[in-house]
Design a binder for this molecule. Structure first.
Ligand SMILES: Cc1ncc(COP(=O)(O)O)c(C=O)c1O
Length: 400
């Protein structure tokens, strides 16, 4: 020990980076891409609160409040409901790693990039993914297509993103879950880009597993995911013949930390992300204060208003059929005469406004405008459309 301390002597090989000696500054931007979105004031204030210990009574009470809030926003009474540390991908991985075993067949609804991402995870877990697709980018799947796939592949599990943020497609979860139920297939619904903006009645629709992220409609920083498993999903977990390959995401370990019936008393699993959980508690609190249905209505109203304003600018929506349009992320076909990247750069340089280009199959094809959390208002739409109109005018001369 003495020798080790002696080694730390008076000179270091690597110097402290000089920039890090100064406090951090970041610009204020309007985040209207597909997420993250700007934070609610209640959320921002919560991030300044003092730390508590991760097993302190005051903190575990906050965890209980988060849990009851998740049950409200997912509309479920599932016991196995909790938050995990990590972004939306963590939620996806938590659902898949607990429900899949090697060789399990999984049907993956593929309406953009997230189905591909899920299939990648399924393969890493030695499962066998089969894609279900409408065959047309910008269109959701029909009950016929889903039913055919379930008959062909007899999957144990199915994945579908309710809101495909890369294409702006919204899938009909009520219909998909009803078809899956007929074939005893568990359904995992990715609501990262949709929860809070459109209905998701987990129990009523018999959805087995739901996950979402904190940084979209919830208006909280990225870094926490919310998950819930139905009793049927937990039964599949309990009948596993192989161990869950992730210690962190194993639902039994999380259930212990979240004091879930059957796993009590509460015990340490990992150090809860204290400040992130404060933020999450406040983000869910904002929805409780406004009311879930009101929050959904506000998002849908803002999206419809945006669509109307975009039509006035002669811009074309990428998702043709209204029923498949996701209110949180609107995809706009980029007019061929304008350089799409020049437009997004112009908005950022002149207005500190973020709207995004396409992702995966929509790269170069669309712009994506996100209206989520505190940004889902008509005022924000007027601001975005005003800036966009100016950008298009300014860039027309140089790009047409
Ligand atoms: C539908 C969907 N699923 C999953 C993710 C992944 O979430 P994250 O980037 O927070 O890990 C996203 C992110 O945009 C998403 O839109």
């Amino acid at each position: 020990m003495a020798d080790q301390m002696g080694d730390s002597a008076d000179s270091l090989l690597i110097e402290a980076p000089s920039k890090l000696k100064l406090p951090l500054k970041v610009p204020q931007k309007t985040l209207c891409g597909p997420g993250p979105t700007n934070m609610h004031t209640r959320v921002r204030d919560a991030l300044k609160l003092p730390l508590l210990g991760h097993m302190h009574k005051e903190f575990t009470e906050i965890m209980d409040e988060i849990q009851s809030g998740i049950r409200y926003i997912f509309q479920t009474q599932n016991q196995m409901t909790f938050a995990v540390s990590g972004t939306g991908h963590a939620g996806m991985e938590c659902c898949l790693v607990n429900l899949l075993e090697p060789q399990d067949s999984v049907c993956v609804v593929n309406s953009g990039i997230w189905g591909e991402r899920c299939a990648d995870m399924v393969k890493r877990l030695q499962g066998v993914p089969h894609f279900i697709s409408s065959g047309e980018l910008g269109r959701g799947v029909s009950s016929d297509v889903v039913e055919k796939a379930l008959i062909q592949w007899s999957p144990k599990v199915m994945y579908v993103a309710q809101g495909e943020s890369s294409t702006g497609v919204m899938e009909d979860i009520k219909m998909i879950a009803a078809v899956a139920d007929k074939y005893s297939c568990l359904v995992i619904v990715d609501t990262v880009a949709s929860l809070g903006a459109v209905p998701l009645n987990m129990d009523e629709w018999k959805v087995d597993c739901v996950f979402t992220g904190s940084q979209k409609v919830l208006g909280s920083p990225p870094g926490t995911s919310l998950v819930s498993f139905s009793d049927k999903a937990v039964a599949k977990y309990k009948h596993r013949t192989t161990p869950v390959t992730s210690y962190l995401f194993d639902i039994a370990n999380n259930a212990k930390y979240w004091n879930i019936e059957g796993y009590r008393p509460r015990g340490y699993h990992y150090t809860g992300a204290i400040s992130s959980f404060y933020a999450l508690r406040e983000a869910i609190g904002v929805i409780c204060e406004e009311g879930l249905l009101e929050t959904q209505k506000r998002h849908q109203d803002a999206a419809l208003y945006l669509h109307e304003k975009l039509r006035e600018l002669n811009l074309e929506l990428f998702v043709c059929e209204k029923s498949f349009r996701l209110p949180t992320v609107t995809t706009i076909r980029c007019p061929s005469a304008v350089n799409p990247v020049a437009v997004t750069n112009y908005l950022m340089d002149n207005f500190k406004l973020e709207i995004s280009g396409g992702l995966g199959p929509t790269k170069g094809l669309v712009w994506r405008i996100g209206l989520m959390g505190p940004n889902a208002t008509r005022d924000k739409v007027d601001f975005i459309v005003g800036c966009l109109s100016e950008a298009l005018k300014a860039l027309k001369t140089s790009h047409l």
